[in-house]
Design a protein around this ligand. Structure first.
Ligand code: CTP
Length: 403
């Protein structure tokens, strides 16, 4: 999944011959799952039609401060457009637009939106080689980058004038790659590795039966997605779960039993920076697993159980630099039980959820948590979706990493 999936892209188009490539750029953004709105400078309409761009972007194209629709005049609010966008991409950016952006000359909707936007701004210059080399252009490019705008450099090649040199707008595929890499490199968990456990474990009784629990894996999968969206490389060790995941930064390792989960966690733990153990691991497993299906014979059946290895506690014993996070699902005396687990398992913090809270716990889409750190400082959160809860947990991780 691309980092641009689900993102809102405002594409600004200015009057250069490379504007014909903008159609392809819109198509590629849409293909990656982004939502696109286009703003054109009035002169750029000589190079590509608004109809092409509105059809491809599935949104109206704006180019003036107001539009006449039958008898009504509609105001195009540049502030709203600027606030709507997650990213503003201006491609192509002509020498004229560069100069206006650098100096705040606000004579069209695109520049007004640029001046209003609070999101990251990418710009892809496109012009003839002598214009590109001109000192005033160089000064404007430097100034725009010093202001925090990100330049997608022009490339060398044959130009519309027939001359060969620097000034060609980067190809649409290269613009997309550039933006994706730039976003990934700036993500706050970029370069960090995180181990996450999720779901239940199944402890075999015989070849057809097991002891399990109602955990769906939703919480752990949400944490994995949220961590990957923040740029972390994730090792998601999951017990049996119907949850799906499709993210290039998430490596899913499927296990069944507590023993298998223990092995998998110990395989990865030394290499990770953070481990979040949200799985509902069985505390006991049958002492002996029958080779054949157990036949119904007597009125009662006793299965002898042996404790499983406590994965979280075992990682707490060997942890060095790692931030270690556990979960506690309690039904009574919640805070004290959770605090005892922090000490017993050597945790940096614990995520407590109580089955007494409506909407918390197994198989729901929501959760209500309290985070308690190793100094026993606690933060209680409202009932939220598991995706939002995952973000809260990762914010806590980020504050520990940057402490
Ligand atoms: N856990 C684990 N391995 C186990 C049991 C639990 O890694 N064999 C982890 C869970 O993933 C969770 C934390 O330990 O992060 C808390 O589990 P919980 O079952 O609540 O704690 P227990 O120590 O088993 O205590 P109790 O069941 O008595 O509440």
């Amino acid at each position: 999944m691309s980092v641009l999936s689900g993102k809102k892209i405002l594409l600004g188009i200015t009057a250069g011959i490379a504007a014909y490539k903008s159609a392809n750029l819109v198509r590629l953004f849409i293909k990656l799952g982004a939502e696109v709105k286009v703003i054109m400078t009035p002169a750029s309409k000589d190079f590509i039609t608004p109809l092409t761009l509105s059809t491809l972007s599935k949104n109206p194209v704006h180019s003036t401060f107001y539009e006449k629709e039958e008898e009504n005049e509609l105001w195009n609010n540049h502030v709203e457009l600027g606030l709507w966008a997650d990213y503003l991409v201006i491609a192509p950016t002509t020498a004229n637009t560069l100069s206006k952006m650098a100096n705040g000359v606000c004579d069209n909707l695109l520049i007004a939106t640029y001046l209003s936007a609070k999101c990251p701004v990418y710009f892809a210059p496109a012009m003839d080689l002598d214009m590109y080399k001109h000192q005033s252009t160089k000064d404007n490019l430097t100034k725009l980058q010093e202001m925090g705008n990100v330049m997608i450099p022009a490339t060398s090649g044959e130009l519309a004038s027939g001359l060969v040199g620097e000034g060609r707008m980067a190809e649409p595929e290269d613009i997309i790659n550039f933006i994706e890499n730039d976003i990934l490199n700036k993500l706050p968990l970029k370069g960090k590795k995180i181990l996450i456990t999720a779901g239940p474990t199944y402890e075999a009784i015989d070849p057809v039966r097991f002891i399990g629990n109602h955990s769906s894996g939703k919480m752990g999968f949400s944490i994995a997605k949220s961590a990957a969206n923040l740029g972390a490389e994730v090792y998601l060790i999951s017990g049996p779960s119907h949850e799906q995941v499709n993210h290039s930064l998430i490596h899913r390792v499927d296990v069944v039993s507590a023993d298998e989960m223990y092995e998998a966690c110990h395989n990865y733990f030394n290499t990770v920076d953070v481990a979040i153990l949200s799985a509902a691991v069985a505390d006991y497993k049958p002492k002996n697993v029958a080779d054949q299906k157990i036949k119904k014979a007597t009125n009662s059946l006793t299965i002898a159980l042996a404790p499983t290895k406590d994965i979280l506690a075992s990682l707490g014993k060997i942890k060095k630099h790692q931030i270690l996070v556990g979960f506690a699902l309690e039904t009574q005396n919640e805070i004290n039980n959770a605090k005892a687990k922090i000490e017993k398992k050597n945790l940096d913090f614990i995520v407590l959820n109580s089955l007494r809270d409506k909407g918390a716990g197994f198989a729901t889409d929501t959760n209500k948590i309290t985070i308690i750190d190793k100094n026993f400082e606690s933060k209680s959160f409202n009932l939220k979706t598991k995706a939002e809860v995952a973000n809260d947990i990762l914010s806590e991780i980020l504050s520990l990493i940057h402490a």
